[in-house]
Design a protein. Sequence first.
Length: 137
Amino acid sequence: RTPIFLSSNFSRGVAMVSTLLEYISSKLDNETQISLEEIHHKDKLDAPSGTAIDLRNTVTKILNKHSIKKDVSISSKRIGQHVGFHRATFSFQGETITIGHEAKDRSVFSLGALAATRWIIDMPPGLYDMKDLIDRT
């Protein structure tokens, strides 16, 4: 009876990257090699981050839908003061595609949360996330 907005990352850019990963993953075959890399500040406790796990789940969900079984590894680094950096690499038949996102400061997350708050007010009951927000605005 009420709209709910749920997201592990309120960056619009990460939501766009996730959408791109869905598309690319739908075009792959069994020969493609896939890796994910993330870098965060030295004090971040979780590794891999929730965002990296979500991106891996996005890729594997699409691969499974196309009957492609792949182990998608995540390389996690904790160094310096990086707010958040995520990169997916797809290697196949002499080519490499790299898709990435870097948050330069933490304000991107609060801006995304504010946009989500404004947007969900007029939505019908349901479960929504950042991809819904960028797809519908």
